[in-house]
Design a protein around this ligand. Structure first.
Ligand SMILES: Nc1nc2c(c(=O)[nH]1)N[C@H]1C(S)=C(S)[C@@H](COP(=O)(O)OP(=O)(O)OC[C@H]3O[C@@H](n4cnc5c(=O)[nH]c(N)nc54)[C@H](O)[C@@H]3O)O[C@H]1N2
Ligand SMILES: Nc1nc2c(c(=O)[nH]1)N[C@H]1C(S)=C(S)[C@@H](COP(=O)(O)OP(=O)(O)OC[C@H]3O[C@@H](n4cnc5c(=O)[nH]c(N)nc54)[C@H](O)[C@@H]3O)O[C@H]1N2
Ligand code: SF4
Ligand SMILES: [Mo]
Length: 669
């Protein structure tokens, strides 16, 4: 038996350290690494049986070529050489007839490690293909943060141990930020208040003193009203505001519009609760807010993030140990130079940028020059996670679209592939693991060889580079060589000690210094409350738009899956239960819906069937909640929640508006 160190590769803020037990050929067990400085040996329930995913009988082990209609999932084996030759033939024809921009790569966050995630970009940059705008996750939140805070790093969760008041703002952290839970529990043990501000009362609420439920999309009104109270009660830190911010006076003049009585009507939060929350926050010595992403996946999402960032500035929290904000990312800049992997310099000319949230629209737009004739998907499952699922399904079924998918399982998207190429798991390749939740960095080496004919992302792109005759030394590097190349040429690592390097090379994670929370990486060096470069120079409340459907649909991550990843695990999907929609009892009663009933949720885009789950206090009336991303094989009527999601983009950042969709619900007769 051998042991190897590794890291969880998934799109999760924790990037847990792992210990992989193998017999040299196969993975026997995966455990948490007790030596990891943050995750300390504990991993979530999804990864406690990572071996079941790695050794799954459903894993794709050899290249496959489609033999049935698109979507039917019928394939026959093909050799790698033939598959690569087919890609070459098809793309050469594409290049001749339409030029390289008729080819669109779609990649996202299936594997977050640096080379697996970014390496493919270098190939497509060299090819001159269209680019993909990757804003399906937190693009609105980041754009809002940057508009006011610049590229400043926020709190590493470890810093929260010093905070005397925690507000969890729209985060289901028992699912998505598990390693914050001990910090939350410890704060409560010490008698420090922990308040949850949410549109949905899920598991996280059980770990907080109080849950304040609001109407989805009304967060900015709550923030401005809290500021109104803080001003009235002399709880603003003018010394901090004068020294470290720009534009406060103008913002302050707008607060008169948000007395708690007015904000109560907008948010659904009682005026007395707003008063109490503002006082609690303003009177704390070092208050901290942990911001999830849910509230910012909206048409007013970036503005919501900008408004949230006003709170720690207004009370001078950034100046106090443990005070400030977490959830936007503690890395001011990436610790490793990802340009060395993605090679933007390979691009000879700027290319068309296609927004990943608008894939159905982009594929369907025959008038664009050139139209998209080939789609190459890796590390992503757009049919399951994007918007307008029914339209995307129609586009993917098009015979004239040559689709290649590099995957580990027969996902919803993979079923539409012309060629389906087998991908590795993280434990079968070398890579660098940065972390977007805390300031750690780790490298990992292959613990076992790839099974069957699986190839890692990087090895696949090296093969494609060879077939296309791209002989730049970049494509000659093995994964291990790429790891070394990137580590040796990342300026952010220049100050590592020799002890750090030893730790890193031993496969353990190192901790990097926390950001300096009084250095703001904006053009002025101050928190830019007023930003003249934004279409709206001042933060404000933008009311959620009214739609002709009466209910607001929001999406909540499931503890049993990670977006569409882990849907291959029957142990996890069985525990998660059927595709369900959670409704308030008032909304259910009005529609004659009982708990467990089969219902249809619909809007102008689609009709999706769910099992009804009724709660008396899970949300305010008017909100409905879908938890988790379900594969179509587990849907009731061949469509899942993402069929109800529009392709609209956020106010700044061209990001997803996943949580900004109106629907109606009726009983299935
Ligand atoms: N188990 C598990 N872990 C995951 C994931 C998963 O799917 N499952 N996803 C991973 C990914 S890709 C990401 S980006 C991260 C973070 O994943 P995110 O999807 O950003 O999840 P959270 O940060 O928990 O934020 C979601 C919360 O926002 C709330 N919310 C929705 N709308 C509003 C609103 O208008 N106002 C307020 N106040 N709250 C609202 C929802 O009720 C929900 O509890 O987690 C990662 N980790
Ligand atoms: N309804 C709803 N929709 C959502 C969300 C939600 O909470 N609810 N969350 C949204 C968010 S925050 C995000 S970030 C997106 C995520 O959407 P995606 O980035 O598409 O992520 P996943 O759904 O996890 O799919 C990742 C795929 O990559 C594959 N994969 C994993 N590792 C590798 C690898 O090394 N190589 C290759 N080639 N493939 C690999 C996995 O098998 C999996 O099928 O979804 C968004 N969509
Ligand atoms: S999904 Fe998140 S919590 Fe679970 S092991 Fe991976 S990094 Fe850790
Ligand atoms: Mo995400």
């Amino acid at each position: 038996m051998t042991f190897a160190r590794s890291a969880c590769p998934y799109d999760c803020p924790d990037t847990c350290g792992l210990i992989v037990e193998t017999d040299g050929k196969t993975v026997l067990k995966v455990k948490g690494d007790p030596e990891h400085p943050v995750t300390q040996g504990y991993v979530c329930r999804k990864m406690q049986r990572y071996d079941l995913s790695i050794n799954s009988p459903d894993r794709l082990l050899r290249p496959l070529k489609r033999t049935g209609p698109k979507g039917a999932g019928k394939f026959a084996p093909i050799s790698w050489e033939d598959a690569l030759a087919e890609i070459y033939r098809n793309w050469q024809e594409c290049l001749d007839r339409h030029g390289p921009q008729a080819i669109l790569p779609f990649f996202s966050s299936g594997a977050m490690s640096s080379i697996a995630r970014e390496g493919g970009a270098s190939f497509f940059n060299r090819l001159g293909a269209s680019t993909i705008v990757r804003t399906i996750c937190a693009g609105g939140k980041s754009a809002g943060w940057e508009a006011i805070m610049g590229a400043s790093g926020d709190l590493d969760p470890r810093e929260l141990a010093d905070s005397d008041c925690l507000i969890i703002w729209g985060s289901s952290l028992t699912s998505t930020r598990l390693h914050l839970l001990p910090i939350v529990q410890n704060a409560r043990k010490l008698g420090r208040p922990v308040i949850l501000v949410e549109a949905y009362r899920g598991e996280t609420a059980k770990h907080c003193d109080e849950t304040i439920l609001l109407q989805p999309g009304s967060d900015a009104a709550l923030v401005l009203s809290m500021l109104h109270v803080l001003k009235e009660e002399n709880l603003l830190d003018y010394a901090f505001l004068n020294q470290y911010t720009l534009g406060w006076d103008k913002l302050e003049a707008t607060l008169a519009d948000f007395p708690p009585e007015t904000a109560a009507g907008i948010t659904g939060v009682p005026a007395a609760t707003i008063h109490r929350l503002a006082r609690l926050y303003g009177q704390a010595k070092a208050p901290a807010i942990v911001v999830g992403t849910g509230a910012t996946r909206r048409r007013n999402g970036a503005m919501t993030a900008r408004c949230l960032a006003l709170l720690p500035a207004a009370v001078g929290a950034w100046g106090k140990a443990g005070g400030g904000m977490a959830g936007f990312g503690p890395n001011a800049v990436s610790p490793v130079n990802l340009k060395l992997v993605a090679r933007p310099d390979f691009r000879a000319a700027p290319a068309r940028a296609v927004n990943m949230n608008r894939l159905a629209a982009a594929l369907g737009d025959a008038s664009q020059e050139p139209p998209i004739k080939s789609l190459f998907v890796f590390g992503a499952n757009p049919l399951a996670v994007g918007g307008n699922q029914a339209a995307l399904m129609r586009e993917l079924a098009r015979e004239d679209l040559f689709t290649v998918v590099h995957e580990r399982f027969l996902t919803d998207t993979a079923r539409y592939a012309d060629l389906l190429l087998p991908a590795t798991f993280s434990v079968e390749q070398a890579d660098i693991h940065t972390c977007y939740g805390h300031r750690t960095l780790q490298i990992s080496r292959a613990a076992v060889p790839p099974p069957g004919e699986c190839r890692s992302n990087w090895n696949l792109f090296r093969c494609l580079a060879r077939v296309f005759g791209f002989d730049d030394p970049h494509f000659q590097r093995s994964e291990e060589e790429m790891v070394e190349h990137v580590l040796a040429n990342s300026p952010e690592l220049a100050n590592l000690t020799s002890e750090d390097w030893d730790t890193l090379r031993s496969g353990r994670a190192i901790s990097l210094p926390f950001a300096d929370h009084l250095r703001f990486a904006t053009p002025s060096g101050k928190i830019e409350i007023e930003n003249p470069n934004c279409p709206e120079p001042l933060p404000k409340f933008i009311p959620p738009e009214i739609d002709r459907y009466p209910l607001r649909l929001i999406n909540v991550p499931s503890a049993f899956t990670l977006n569409s990843t882990f849907n291959e695990r029957k142990d996890l999907t069985a525990a998660r239960g059927p595709l369900a929609l959670r409704l308030h009892e008032d909304d259910a009663r009005r529609r004659g819906i009982a708990d467990g009933a089969r219902i249809v949720c619909f809007n102008a885009l689609a009709e999706v069937e769910y099992t009804a789950r009724i709660t008396s206090d899970g949300m305010l009336p008017g909100t409905v909640v879908a938890e988790g991303v379900y594969p179509l094989s587990l849907s009731h009527n061949g469509l899942a929640t993402n069929a109800l999601i529009s392709e609209r983009l956020s106010d700044l950042g061209e990001a997803t508006t996943l949580n900004d969709n109106a629907v109606e619900v009726r009983l299935v007769p």
